[in-house]
Design a protein around this ligand. Sequence first.
Ligand SMILES: [Zn+2]
Length: 323
Amino acid sequence: MRLARTWLPACMALVAALLLPVSAQAVTPARQPAPLATVDHPPVDGVNSFDNGSRDVPRVALTFDADMTQGMLAQLRSGQVRSWYNREVRDILDAEGVRATMFLTGLWVQAYPDVARSLAHDPLFEIGSHTYDHAAFRTPCYSLPAAADRTGEIVRAQEQIEAAAGVRPTLLRFPGDCYDRSDVALARQLGLSVISGDVRSGDAFNTSAASVTAVVLRNLKPGSIVLMHLHGGPNAPMTAPALRGIIQGARARGLGFGTVSQVLGWPDQPLAAPPTARQLLEPLRALKLEWPGRADQVLAPYRLRRLRGPRSPGRGLPGQPVQ
Ligand SMILES: [Zn+2]
């Protein structure tokens, strides 16, 4: 009896220990693939990196990053991807009169100079930098290659954006949102404020518009800065339909929309100067729509006609029958 009292608990403990892994395995759900490792930024908020504006003002900032890596550019050139510009996103914002901030990479601006210029001259939009070719400032960062020249990444983007769009950004979003204090200090040195955000839409590689809308609306608060993408294509296929739901849902809660500068209570980025005649003509020249000949030769027949003959109601060139 005494022996049984000693051995029984020990035997039960042994049986339990043998059974535990089996039962634990039975209730553990199938292992999900681990999310891609990324380095997130440390709590540098309140220093020089910004996640959100005042929680007392019922306004949020939608932001759209236009990524372009060398790999994405190669896909575009080979025709593997038709476009890395999600025109529908811009059309929705325009139609709804929703202000937003676009963070453009230098490579994207090189691929779409006319679009970059047009966005910069649209009073709805504010332009920020997303570095030159979307290399990671800190790794691991969603499998992005590490930036070899961090200063060059920022400076080259500034040059590209200014040359094509006519604005020099003062806001910067790091690729993958991966950075640390030294990166923030570098950006400050180069005249840029680092903008992160407090609502990650998860629109990258997401094929469910409903899930993107739900994630954003669940986390949206007054003063929020929402991270989304402008490049569309296979890397962000559902941004546009998700955006419709986000605008509708935010408005239903009494939230309005502003640029990042507005939501942070900063002065608006000065509007870009109106495009010059040269900037307007460049796309036409690229399409070879200009008159074949020198400008003075183009007008020569009309000048001669005015000088020589009586004014005629006809529209034909001299020597040609009037239709
Ligand atoms: Zn990005």
